[in-house]
Design a protein. Structure first.
Length: 81
């Protein structure tokens, strides 16, 4: 018997999404890249350890990244007026 673990989408976890966006939005260049790489690696490892297929876990982390970028952009637009 084969079972599939489906995690609640990372991109829908607002506290996680906004927290990462806040930190990432305050960093630039290599510092931002390093922060994201460390965060993505930890999230990916956590998903796989909980039984999520590695490819699906990568997709989840990628989708979260796009959601974080959208959150940062939305925040930038609001602050510009």
């Amino acid at each position: 018997m084969h079972s599939t673990v489906v995690a609640f989408p990372l991109r829908c976890q607002q506290k996680l999404l906004r927290g990462i966006a806040a930190v990432l939005g305050s960093k630039q260049g290599e510092e931002a890249t390093l922060f994201w790489r460390q965060t993505a690696k930890a999230l990916l490892q956590n998903l796989v350890e909980r039984g999520v297929d590695a490819q699906l876990a990568e997709d989840e982390v990628r989708d979260l990244f796009y959601a974080v970028m959208a959150e940062i952009e939305m925040g930038a637009q609001v602050s510009r007026g």
